[in-house]
Design a protein. Structure first.
Length: 766
C-alpha cells in the first residue's frame, strides 16, 4: 500500500482501517493516534510503559497494551512505528513476518496531511511553537483547523485534533530523518535551516538542502521563510511563491520591539504598511520571528489582523518551551526543550530578560553524535548562564560513542569562557546538588529534549514544602539536600532532604509540629560527632538548632545553663572562666550539648547526667517543659526520655575550683584525647563497651587495627574508632562495622552493639 492509497482509505468512513501504533506513548505517535481515532478508525497501540497520555487515549477508544508483543499486531491492516523502534521490536518483527503494511510515523502523517490543505511548519528550531501559533490563529479566525504538533499545547487543549469541517491541517514537519520530503502541503513555513541530525545527514548541509528543496518543490501554495536565516533565505528567496519575514528587509517585519517579563510587544508591518501593534503572550526575540511566520500564514488564509493579534496575545506557549513550572518571590523554575546550540542561545537570551540574580542551568545533552559534533558550539552558547550543571547524555536510541559524555560539554564550556560548569552524571540525584546550591532570586532552567525535566519536577515538590515550612515556622534558614558529610565529624553521608536551622524555641517547636502534622520524619542533629548517615541521605527534616538561645552558655553561681546547640568545649571554657570545676571532662567531647544529653555521653569516668540539674525539652504534645534530674531516667549511653522528646537546653551543676586546678584537669583531658584518639575524621567510639572488656581493647586483641574497607579504616590509635582516610562512603564504614562485629562474634562469642547512631537510607528515595 502506497501513501496515496492509504490517504484514500483514511477518508473512507464506511470502512475504518485497523491500525496499530508501536511506541504510542511518545508525543508524536500519541498525536497520530488521536487524529486516527477522531477520523473514525480502529486504533490500537503499544509501548514499554503506561503514561497519562495513553490513559487519555484509552478514554477515546485506543486499545492499549504493554509491553510490546507479537500478539498486539494480530488482525491489523497497517502498522505505524516511531523512529525509536528497532527492527527487533516484537510487534514490528511480527508485522514484517506476516507482511502487514508498515509505515513510519512521518509516512502516516503525510497520508493524513494529504487529506486536507496542509500547512507544514519546517525548520531546525521553533517548529512546535510556530505550528501551535498557526493553529491557534486559524482557530481564532473561525477556520476550524486540524493540527498536529510536537507537544502539549495549553491553548489548543492537546497535541493533535481532527476537525472534519476544517479546510486546513497544520502540522509540524520533522526533518530529522529525511521524511520531510514526503509532504505535499499547500503552504510551507521554513523557520531556519542548520546542520543538525548529522547522524542521518552524513553529507552535512548539502544533504539537508536536498530534503528541504524537495518539500518546497512539492508545496502548491506559498512558501513563508525567515530572512534572518541565511540558509533558509538561500533556499526560498528565488521561488516565485515565497514570502519573507524578519526584523529587517523582509515582507513581514517587526519593529519597536519591547521585551517585558514573560511577554513581548512589537509593531507588525507588511511591505512597509503598518498593520498594528500586538503583545505576544510569551517572551523572547526568537519568538517574535516565530510569530511573524505565523502571522504571514494567518494572513494568507484570510484571518483578520485583529483576530491574529488577539490570538497571539493569549498564546501561552507549548509544554517544555520556556515553560514556567514554579514561581515564588524566592525563585523561578523553567523547563525548556532546547537541545541544539542555536536553541540554547535563544533560550538563554529569553532567560536574561527576566529579573533574576543568576541563571542556573541543568543541561542534558541529547544524542552522542550531536554532542560530539557540536560540543564547541554548546560551550559557547552556555556562556550566557551563570552556573551550568551537565548530566550524562540522553541517548535517544543511539549507541554510546567512546570518549563522549556530559563531561565533553563541561570541557567545552570551560574552554570557551569563565562560566562555572559541573558534571553530574546521575540525573536521578542531580537535583540534590542543584537544589542545595540554588539561591534566592535565581532562575533555574532544566534544558534538553530528554527527561531532564524530571529533575525539576522533583525539586519543585520539595521547594513547595520548604516554602511552607518557612512561612509557618518563622525559621530563617532552610536548605534542601544539605550534604550530611558537612555536618558529621566522620565526613560521610548523603543529603538531608530538608535542613532546618531554628534559633528560637518557638521556631524549633513550629518546625517540628508542621512536619509531624504532614507525616514528614524529623531528626535533630547537632555537630554530628556520634553520627553515621547512610549514603542515601535522610528522608524528611533534619533540624539543626543553631545560634540564638541554642548557642547560649550562661554561668549562674555553681551552675551553667546551656542551649543544645552549644559545644561541650564551650561549656567547659565558660566554666573555667567562672571558676566552676567539674566540667573539665567535657573538653574532650567533640559534640554539642544536645547530642551529649541524648546519648548520655561521657569521658574520664564522668557522664553527662552526673551533672544535669534539669532539662528543657519539647514534648510529644508540642509543649515546652522542664524536668528535674530525678524525673529523667538515664543509663549508660541511653536516655529513653529523649528518644521521644526533643531537648532544647539544660542546666548543669559544678563546684567552686581554683583556676590552677581547673587548668590542670583541662590539660589532662586534652592530653588524654590527643594520645588515645585519632586526629583523622571519625564518629567517635563506634561500639558500646561489652561487659567483658572495652570495645577498643577487644578490637585490638582481634588484630583488626588498620583493617579497612574502601577508604574507611580502624584507627591505629584506638581500636574503637573508624577513621575516614579520604572520601570514604558510609557503605565503606558500615561494611567495616559488619566485619568487626562478625569477627567478634565468631572468635570471642561477643555481640557488639553500636554506640554510634546510624541514620538514613542506603539508596536515594527523594
Amino acid at each position: 500500500m502506497k501513501i496515496a492509497e492509504f490517504s484514500k482509505r483514511l477518508l473512507d468512513r464506511e470502512s475504518p482501517v485497523r491500525i496499530h501504533l508501536i511506541g504510542v506513548a511518545g508525543s508524536g505517535m500519541s498525536g497520530l493516534a488521536r487524529l486516527l481515532l477522531e477520523m473514525g478508525h480502529r486504533v490500537s497501540g503499544s509501548d514499554r510503559v503506561t503514561s497519562g497520555e495513553t490513559e487519555r487515549l484509552r478514554g477515546r477508544g485506543l486499545d492499549f497494551s504493554t509491553p510490546h508483543s507479537a500478539e498486539a499486531v494480530r488482525d491489523v491492516e497497517v502498522v505505524v512505528y516511531s523512529s525509536a523502534i528497532r527492527e527487533t521490536n516484537p510487534s514490528l518483527a511480527a508485522a514484517r513476518t506476516h507482511k502487514i503494511v508498515c509505515f513510519r510515523r512521518a509516512e502516516c502523517l503525510a497520508a493524513i496531511l494529504h487529506t486536507k490543505a496542509g500547512v507544514v511548519v519546517s525548520g531546525t528550531h521553533g517548529k512546535t511553537t510556530t505550528s501551535s501559533m498557526v493553529a491557534h490563529i486559524l482557530r481564532k479566525g473561525d477556520l476550524n483547523p486540524c493540527h498536529y504538533v510536537g507537544a502539549e499545547i495549553p491553548v489548543l487543549g492537546s497535541n493533535a485534533e481532527w476537525n472534519e469541517e476544517g479546510e486546513y491541517l497544520v502540522a509540524e514537519g520533522d526533518e530529522s530523518d529525511g521524511t520531510l520530503a514526503l509532504y505535499q502541503p499547500k503552504h510551507t513555513i521554513v523557520l531556519n535551516v542548520e546542520e543538525e541530525h548529522l547522524d542521518f545527514y552524513t553529507r552535512g548541509i548539502e544533504q539537508i538542502r536536498e530534503v528541504f528543496n524537495k518539500l518546497l518543490d512539492q508545496t502548491s501554495g506559498s512558501i513563508v521563510y525567515c530572512s534572518e536565516c541565511e540558509e533558509a533565505a538561500r533556499l526560498c528567496r528565488s521561488r516565485a511563491s515565497s514570502i519573507s519575514y524578519g526584523l529587517n528587509d523582509a515582507d513581514w517585519t517587526a519593529t519597536e520591539i519591547s521585551e517585558q517579563v514573560g511577554t513581548t510587544s512589537f509593531t507588525v508591518k507588511f511591505k512597509g504598511r503598518n498593520f498594528g501593534r500586538l503583545q505576544l503572550g510569551i517572551a523572547g526575540r526568537h519568538n517574535v520571528l516565530n510569530a511573524l511566520g505565523a502571522i504571514a500564514i494567518g494572513h494568507l488564509c484570510g484571518v483578520d489582523f485583529q483576530k491574529i493579534a488577539r490570538a497571539l496575545g493569549n498564546f501561552a506557549g507549548a509544554k517544555r518551551r520556556f515553560e514556567t513550572k514554579y514561581l515564588t518571590k524566592r525563585c523561578r523554575i523553567v523547563d525548556d526543550y532546547g537541545h541544539h546550540p542555536t536553541e540554547v542561545a535563544a533560550t538563554l537570551q529569553t532567560a536574561r530578560t527576566y529579573d533574576c540574580k543568576r541563571v542556573v542551568i541543568l543541561f542534558q545533552p541529547h544524542r552522542y553524535s550531536r554532542t560530539q559534533k557540536l560540543a564547541d558550539n554548546f560551550g559557547k552558547a552556555l556562556q550566557a548562564a551563570d552556573l551550568v550543571f551537565v548530566t550524562n547524555i540522553y541517548a535517544a536510541s543511539e549507541d554510546p560513542i567512546e570518549g563522549i559524555s556530559g563531561q565533553t560539554i563541561v570541557d567545552a564550556i570551560q574552554e570557551n569562557g569563565d562560566t562555572k560548569a559541573v558534571y553530574l552524571p546521575d540525573l536521578a540525584t542531580a537535583h540534590h546538588v542543584v537544589g542545595n546550591m540554588l539561591q534566592d532570586a535565581d532562575l533555574f532552567l532544566t534544558l534538553g529534549a530528554g527527561n531532564v525535566h524530571e529533575a525539576g519536577n522533583k525539586l519543585i515538590v520539595d521547594l513547595k514544602t520548604r516554602d511552607e515550612i518557612l512561612a509557618e515556622s518563622g525559621v530563617e534558614t532552610i536548605r534542601l539536600y544539605e550534604p550530611m558529610a558537612k555536618h558529621t565529624t566522620i565526613r560521610v553521608g548523603g543529603p538531608a532532604q530538608f535542613w532546618i536551622e531554628p534559633s528560637t524555641f518557638e521556631a524549633f517547636s513550629s518546625s517540628v509540629l508542621y512536619c509531624k502534622a504532614r507525616g514528614i520524619p524529623v531528626r535533630v542533629v547537632g555537630r554530628g560527632s556520634n553520627l553515621l548517615v547512610r549514603d542515601g541521605g535522610i528522608r524528611g527534616a533534619v533540624i539543626h538548632p543553631k545560634g540564638g538561645v541554642f548557642s547560649e552558655v550562661v554561668a549562674d553561681g555553681n551552675t551553667i545553663r546551656a542551649g543544645v546547640g552549644a559545644r561541650f568545649k564551650k561549656v567547659s571554657s565558660v566554666a573555667r572562666e567562672n571558676g566552676i570545676g567539674g566540667f573539665e571532662w567535657m573538653e574532650g567531647i567533640p559534640g554539642n550539648v544536645g547530642g551529649g544529653l541524648r546519648m548520655n555521653a561521657g569521658a574520664m569516668g564522668v557522664e553527662t547526667f552526673d551533672q544535669v540539674v534539669d532539662v528543657t525539652f519539647l514534648d510529644e504534645d508540642g509543649e515546652i517543659r522542664t524536668r528535674m534530674l530525678d524525673e529523667i531516667e538515664s543509663s549508660y549511653r541511653s536516655v529513653p526520655e529523649l528518644r521521644r522528646n526533643y531537648a532544647l537546653a539544660a542546666t548543669f551543676k559544678g563546684a567552686p575550683a581554683s583556676a590552677e586546678n581547673i587548668q590542670d584537669l583541662l590539660d589532662e583531658s586534652r592530653d588524654h584525647r590527643n594520645t588515645t584518639q585519632p586526629k583523622a575524621a571519625s564518629a567517635g567510639c563506634i561500639f558500646k563497651n561489652p561487659e567483658i572488656c572495652g570495645a577498643g581493647q577487644l578490637i585490638d586483641e582481634l588484630g583488626l587495627k588498620e583493617t579497612g574497607v574502601g577508604k574507611a579504616e580502624v584507627s591505629l590509635e584506638h581500636g574503637n574508632f573508624i577513621v575516614n582516610r579520604g572520601n570514604a562512603s558510609a557503605a565503606d564504614v558500615l561494611g567495616l562495622i559488619d566485619q568487626i562485629k562478625a569477627k567478634a562474634k565468631q572468635e570471642r562469642g561477643i555481640e557488639l552493639d553500636a554506640e554510634v547512631q546510624i541514620l538514613g537510607e542506603d539508596e536515594f528515595v527523594f
